[in-house]
Design a protein around this ligand. Sequence first.
Ligand code: COA
Ligand code: MG
Length: 303
Amino acid sequence: MTTRPHRNRRCQLSVPGSSEKMMQKAAGLGVDYVFLDLEDAVAPSEKRPSRKRIVDALNGLDWGRTTRCVRVNDLSTEYAYEDIIEVVEGARENLDLIMLPKAMSASDVQFVDKLLSMMEKKLGLKKRIGVDVLIEEVEAMMLVDEIAASTPRLECLIFGMGDYSASQGISVRDIGGGGGYPGDIWHYQRQRLTIACRANKIDAVDGPYADFRAPEVFREECRRAMTLGMVGKWAIHPSQVEIAQQVFSPKPEDVARARAMKKAYDEALAQGLGAVQYEGKMIDIASVRIVNNTIQKADRLGL
Ligand code: COA
Ligand code: MG
């Protein structure tokens, strides 16, 4: 069995593949993950020429530690298969993942998996190309469990609230905005998708928030997604990157508390106790499981 690589996804920055200028800017931002877009950010007339622009950016720019992904067009279009072939053949090991939008079923993801397997063999690639998938149609949300389990190549599901709003008939003014709905309009979808991801040991990521001039709303959206177990959020503008990376990194005081609680529990256990008081409240092995998630995140980020 092949194991999935761990990648940081505190922020996934969307960059139009038609814009050499924006791709150049994206390479220098120190973001965890970028995806160079061939789908909605690129007009139909620019889709074909943008494949080469993306390959040149992947091969020519210094991306540092940033994970590099390309979002291809969905499988109902005439573009998708050539998007994958041209980008993978052109960039080879300078590409980490393909992002598939508007997946409708497990077999959509399996198609991409098989195509990539054939290409990896033909090109003799040493490194496996991962797949991240957007859940943004009501049909996909209904099948999210089987999509999450579709292939070991799948690393992450993203809740894409723009297209999803259209698909469900949700009326919000801006992509990712709450539209004045009482409570959190995305509560169910975020929960649903995150449960499917956690059960299949893949990452859950929250999609875009279009109003990039409202950083405090964006921060709150990040916080909600993080609280439910999502590991990151998209950015559509450089100004959103640092906010997301901050919110999805555990705070130093939370890491210190997590380590201290685990130590106190281990000491109690050595004395034959399963439940004890900590900061005046009950803790037991479940409390330790919760803080272990914080410790694991901190260890991975070297905090
Ligand atoms: N990636 C990299 N650089 C970006 C960027 C992005 N997503 N969005 C903006 N920039 C750059 C601009 O080129 C500009 O660079 P400069 O200072 O060197 O000139 C700088 O950041 C500031 O941009 P700003 O002037 O505030 O905005 P803009 O009018 O240039 O761009 C958008 C606004 C919305 C058109 C742009 O942010 C964008 O295209 N976002 C991504 C859209 C997308 O991918 N949608 C699909 C997924 S939902
Ligand atoms: Mg979409």
